[in-house]
Ligand binder design. Structure first.
Ligand SMILES: Nc1ncnc2c1ncn2[C@@H]1O[C@H](COP(=O)(O)OP(=O)(O)OP(=O)(O)O)[C@@H](O)[C@H]1O
Ligand SMILES: [Mg+2]
Length: 506
């Protein structure tokens, strides 16, 4: 008897058939990965499983431990021992880790909250996910990667038999990712099954027993992971072979446009902890500057200072074409020609209930104004053009952006900042959670931009991407720029060695 069988699931959103007869089977102690392009239906299938779309909202059947189940909400599936960690983090940022872990399931003694016990349990859970912070820390003060680990700790606290992880490692660093993958393997040893969704195919290969590929809501195939190469997975996902992942194009690099000097920044919550230490770098016209390093290296903080949106204490000098800049807000920065696509698009990016189109034109709306009036048709055609160029998968531009798949929301936000045609474009983890085909489109777009003379700073935790796309690479470690390396004959090893070396390398 299989642990889980989902049979012939069909789920429509109005005219959109998000799932068109998908079936999966999962054994106890098995890791099954779901792969597919953005919008192929992976998250939808998991939302059917956990009752977010209840019985009657979909066709097909779900059997768990041999019994047909018709979950009508998370509570039902949790009671069965199924824990799902969604693509969008659901922690309450204002509450502490402890409060989040036991939210709605507080431990009590004689009818009173037993804080001592909860603290004790929380410490054990945090140790399990190797998160070395106090349970009293406010979740909002944690990095995205650390928040993800708290989500996982929360699932562990419920003693799940089946763990569903939807893009768990997108915001994680390599070491955090390793902790998570090890955890999944440990749990598997104890008989816990896992459905794993990720666009990082290397990871998928490493931890799966079986891999199931979905394309446009249809089940393309499920095979043993040991029989598939990542190229096989890609071919099944996109329906054709992809010979090249990084479409590098020749482009001219001009003189220095941006200079950043002596930036120091301190922790938002505790201004005695330095986050960026005396960082200086320059950026040339038409250059793609990759910024590599582990999460927590200070990359985002450094760029937030430049973009005028760092919330902690900081100092530093910024020059654009030789002119000293006074940037006190992102609005100032945008006006001066510096744009930044943030890392945490959920928090700083989308306006969920607004349409896809409105989300795209949000920052560049001025260009469609004429004598104080909005030129609707010009705006509409620019929106369609963006949707087309970035292959944002949406039935129309009016659909609330929250209804798009995770990856497609990100493409829409990228489209927004491309629309303001900045002089300097900062992209913080631009392809996180984006499928291989769409990544390729985004790289191509980046090359189009630099050919037009725009300069790009790309923060990325994926070394193959940094090496595949950048002209030059900054390596940051613990707040210090350790290396400023021309991307010629660079290897992952050189970059890693540089990050961990004593002293700075130029
Ligand atoms: N509430 C909704 N209303 C309308 N369409 C929706 C809704 N939720 C999902 N869809 C559509 O269903 C399709 C499948 O979306 P889903 O989120 O399952 O994709 P995914 O495979 O998880 O993609 P990603 O890799 O980007 O996370 C998409 O075309 C999406 O736009
Ligand atoms: Mg998804």
């Amino acid at each position: 008897m299989s642990l889980l069988e989902m049979n012939n699931i069909v789920k429509c959103f109005g005219p959109v058939k998000a799932l068109d007869g998908v079936s999966i089977t999962l054994e106890a102690g098995e890791v099954l990965s779901l792969c597919g392009e953005n919008g192929s239906g992976k998250s939808t299938l998991m939302k059917v499983l956990c009752g977010i779309y209840p019985d009657g909202d979909y066709q097909g059947t779900i059997h768990y431990k041999g019994q047909q189940i018709r979950p009508t909400g998370i509570a039902d599936t949790e009671a069965l021992g199924i824990a799902i960690i969604h693509q969008e983090l659901t922690l309450v940022k204002e509450l502490s880790i402890l409060e989040n872990l036991f939210l709605g399931a507080e431990l009590t003694k004689y009818g009173f909250m037993d804080f001592e016990l909860m603290h004790y349990e929380a410490e054990i859970l945090l140790k399990k996910v190797k998160l070395n912070v106090s349970p009293e820390t406010k979740v909002g003060d944690l990095g995205v990667g650390q928040q993800q680990l708290v989500e996982i700790a929360k699932a562990l606290s419920k003693n799940a038999k089946l763990l569903v992880l939807d893009e768990p490692t997108a915001p994680l660093t390599e070491s955090e990712t390793q902790i998570l993958l090890d955890l999944v393997m440990e749990l598997r040893e104890t008989g816990v099954s896992c459905i794993y969704i990720s666009h990082k195919l290397g990871e998928v290969k490493a931890i799966s027993d079986h891999i199931c590929v979905i394309r446009d809501g249809k089940h393309i195939g499920t095979r043993a992971a040991s029989e598939m190469t990542t190229d096989d997975i890609i071919t099944m996902m996109v329906g054709r072979a992809m010979t090249q992942l990084f479409p590098r194009e020749e482009h001219d690099i001009g003189d220095v446009v941006l200079e950043v000097k002596n930036v120091n920044a301190w922790d938002k919550a505790n201004s005695s902890i330095p986050k960026v230490k005396n960082a200086s770098f320059s950026l040339k016209k038409g250059e793609i500057l990759g910024v590599s390093g582990l999460v927590g290296a200070g990359r985002t903080e450094l760029m937030e200072c430049l973009y005028g949106c760092y919330l902690g204490k900081y100092s530093g000098e910024f020059y654009l074409e030789g002119k000293a800049l006074a940037i006190n807000s992102s609005k100032d920065a945008l006006q001066l020609g510096i744009a930044m696509v943030p890392e945490d698009r959920k928090r700083h990016g989308i306006i969920p209930i607004m349409g896809v189109g409105e989300n795209i034109t949000l920052a560049g709306i001025d260009q469609f104004q004429k004598f104080g009036l909005l030129d609707d048709s010009k705006e509409a055609s620019a929106i369609l053009d963006s949707i087309d160029k970035l292959t944002v998968k949406t039935p129309n531009a009016e659909l609330p952006i929250k209804n798009l798949s995770g990856g497609n929301q990100q493409k829409a936000i990228l489209a927004r900042f491309l629309m303001v045609s900045p002089e300097v474009l900062i992209l913080d983890e631009p392809t996180r959670g984006i499928d291989v085909g769409a990544k390729y489109e985004i790289y191509k777009l980046m090359f189009q931009l630099v050919k037009k003379g725009i300069s790009i700073i790309m923060i990325s935790s994926e070394l193959p991407e940094v090496l595949g796309i950048s002209d030059r690479v900054l390596v940051m470690h613990e707040g210090v720029i350790k290396g400023d390396l021309i991307n010629q004959n660079l290897t992952q090893e050189i970059v890693m060695d540089c990050a961990l070396s004593e002293g700075a390398v130029a």
